[in-house]
Design a binder for this molecule. Structure first.
Ligand SMILES: [Zn+2]
Length: 302
């Protein structure tokens, strides 16, 4: 799909906020070309945050990706963004009545179901594609994220955990394909019981439970079963795709993650966009002169 796309119909979902534990109502609405993904807080009179690198809150990336526009904050954006990005949906208004996107079952599969219900509508404006032309790598503290040129949008990931059920897992996939739907979207987020108890005691993740995460103790999982044999690394790929989606363009390149997470993904993306010799932004076969300046007005019609 070379043109931009939005959704055909508005759709609704209700779910729990991971941090607040409260119910969140979410509506996805179609949006004009060049809008991007815009989160609108209906509880704050329509104040909004557009998904963009400038909006990443680098102080709040430990557990999830938080986007901020002044005082307006939207948390836990990455699973919805991952689903939208994999489906090539460039433009959509996401209305929520609280500070976070509902966690649903901890994966992006419920959002793919929602997109299926909404339908995809192609728009008469070519999509912008950031094409990697030279390898770029970002490393910190034994973690690494890098990208190499490729004919399509691929993600590879490797994780290592000192846990008998995880240890070392590696996986590679083509993002815009059925592989995402079958091998990545169902993968749930995961956490260790000792960390979850600590975070809850600090007033965080009040909505976190085995309904929306795989929970591990020292040597087993507490949930009934895994959905995928490599569900842990698959969820890392899901997260990385969602975190790259804030760039507001499509990608052509092979992205690699090694023991990384939201903070590394975000720092890598910011560094990559500043490394202008490593990529070109192409639209309809033409290279855009402004290397990275996603344009477009933000409609705030609520
Ligand atoms: Zn996640």
């Amino acid at each position: 799909m070379k043109n931009q796309a939005t959704i055909r119909h508005e759709v609704h979902a209700v779910g729990t906020g991971l941090h607040s534990g409260k119910l969140v109502h979410m509506t996805l609405r179609p949006a004009p070309p060049n809008t991007g993904i815009v989160f609108v807080r209906t509880d704050l009179h329509g104040a909004y945050v557009k998904a963009s690198v400038e909006a990443i809150d680098f102080e709040m990336l430990q557990l999830a990706t938080t986007l901020r526009n002044g005082d307006v904050v939207v948390q836990t954006t990455e699973h919805l963004l991952s689903a939208l990005f994999s489906a090539n949906v460039d433009n959509v208004i996401v209305e929520i009545d609280g500070p976070e996107v509902p966690i649903m079952d901890g994966s992006s599969a419920p959002f793919l179901v929602l997109l299926d219900e909404a339908g995809i509508k192609r728009q008469p404006v070519p999509a912008k594609v950031l094409k990697i032309v030279k390898p770029f790598s970002f490393e910190a503290g034994g973690k690494k994220v890098w990208v190499t040129p490729s004919g399509d949008f691929r993600v590879s990931y490797e994780i290592r955990f000192d846990h008998p059920l995880i240890q070392r897992q590696r996986k590679t996939m083509n993002v815009h394909s059925r592989e995402y739907e079958e091998q990545v979207a169902p993968a749930r987020t995961f956490g260790f019981l000792r960390d979850l108890d600590y975070l809850k005691s600090k007033g965080l993740i009040q909505g976190g439970s085995m309904d929306n995460a795989i929970v591990l103790d020292a040597d087993r999982i507490l949930n009934e079963s895994l959905r995928l044999k490599d569900e842990f690394v698959s969820h890392k790929i899901l997260d990385m795709i969602g975190d790259l989606a804030v760039a507001g363009v499509r990608f052509q390149g092979h992205f690699h993650g090694y023991k990384a997470g939201h903070e590394m993904h975000a720092r890598f993306l910011r560094a990559l966009l500043a490394a202008e010799d490593c990529y070109v932004v192409v639209q309809d076969g033409a290279t855009l002169p402004a290397a990275f300046a996603p344009a477009g007005d933000v409609p705030v019609a609520v």
